[in-house]
Design a binder for this molecule. Sequence first.
Ligand code: ATP
Length: 592
Amino acid sequence: MLFEEVAACYDKLEGTSSRLAMIDILTELFRKAGKDEVRNLIYMSQGSLGPAYEALQLGIAEKFAEAAIASATGFEKAQVHDAYKKSGDMGIAAEEFAKKTRLKRMSKRKFSVNDIFESMLRIAGTAGQGSQDTKIKMLVEMLAASTPLEARYVIRFALGQLRLGAGDATILEALSKSATGEREFKAQLENAYNICGDLGKVGDVLAREGVKGIEHMKVSLFNPIRPELAERLPTAGQILEKMGGKCMVESKYDGLRAQLHIDRKAKKVEIFSRNLERLTEMFPEIVKAALDEIKADKVIIEGEAIAYDDVTGEFRPFQETIQRKRKHGIEELSESMPLHLFAFDLMYIDGEDWMGRPYEERRKKLGSIIKEGGRIRLSDSTTVTQPKQLDRYFERMVGQGLEGIVAKDLRSSYVAGARKFSWIKLKRSYRGELSDTVDLVILGYYLGRGMRARFEFGGLLSGVYNEERDTFETITKIGTGFSEELMRNFKTMLDKIKVARRPARVDSLLEPDFWVNPQYVIEVRADEITRSPMHTCGKPGDGSEEPGYALRFPRIISNGVRADKRAEQATTTKEIIEMYGQQKKIRVEDVR
Ligand code: ATP
């Protein structure tokens, strides 16, 4: 497939404001693609070069893109720079200069989608002295043979600014339709995605081996499994009722979730985050412990990595654990403040998938392969049958400075990639305030007025994720809680992801001064959830008068964006509706 066709399709995607139209355009694209192109097309359409855990970065800076455009079209760098400043979009600048190029087209060669993808991979893999020049040269080669429209997307892709808004669910649905003509096969494709964490691989298997290939996909070592997530309920009684009168309760550690893939014979360990990113280098002491302390050969286990003081026996605050998320000085940190891993699940052992077995069995097995007294420990837990027992355990954990508890259904299998009631979290103190903070996606922003005019930033339009519709729905405007520094940071950060019109997957009745690509997640606290006709969260899409849900007195509590969550991992519409119901119940109990 020629890249020309892909560019034309991306142009159409950009022009649509309907999610369904988006799926149809992508379906057509996947249908036309060759078997060996689907994988690359999927990565490319999501603006990446591979699955999250490979984290390949293109690393082209704007000024180098300007140099490449100038060199490929015979203009001055300064002219390209001015055009870029005017439109604010390097892709558009590349397109304009390609239209009026002063050079003769150097080659008649037309690039295929795989040619472009592989060139981009080579650019990403070029490092060391003189690498910038080599990267520019490769980019010039692509631009010189590009049509103006191709040039727009080559440049946006190289800069990491493609932003087509094609989320995982949209791609899965388009894949399903391209292979079967129906959207129903999406569920099976999603199962496959849940166990390998690589959408490109799913597309590749589907293209090469068809529906059967997907049905036969298996968990494998070093392919991260999408994590199971926890629901919320406000009282011990409700938790036990939901779990059938008996469950396991565990400490809820406030650290970083870590999925360990261990091959002891090959002496290889990889650690993945909640977001399926590779964290291996961040935890040298846990990598070592995985090889020394786990008594099994090929295993996948999951736990929470947390700073823990061996001397005082105290858990350290999250801010100390998160210090690991940096590039330098990790060795020193791993000595001055070593982390522990509190393991809570086992998904795979000695070549066998254990996800379908009941939790009780997985837990027992997990306990049997952990060496006692090491850096990797089994999470603290107890089995309860009475609300009182659960409450007592909860109080004890909170007393130890922990966040609360996670209750687990002893009968349930490991539900990859889903938030189900087989895990239920109960956190400290929900009285007087919303039971939990929420994670919202930034959808747009407002210009500052009055005192704030000089920051050109007045607040955020934010929303939640509707999993069923695969859309982002507005829930609140946030105008308080920003320090001057935060306002400046937001302005700079959001300017980079501004888009000309409302993205197709954003559902909104409000119009902010600027729309942005939905990609940043912030943590927000509010006083309560109310019904509101202004917001689309939970509002039926059939034009009915029924109001949506909104947050009252929202304030941002994170000091920026949550790096461990992508837009689709924000709080969902379903969760908001559940929290609204719980809030009402708590209030009734309070009055009594
Ligand atoms: P969520 O993961 O539910 O989307 P979140 O990232 O804000 O939301 P929490 O609300 O803190 O996370 O709750 C779930 C997280 O709790 C898990 O992802 C895991 O990292 C952490 N956790 C800590 N202890 C445990 C435990 N014993 N069992 C399961 N998860 C635990």
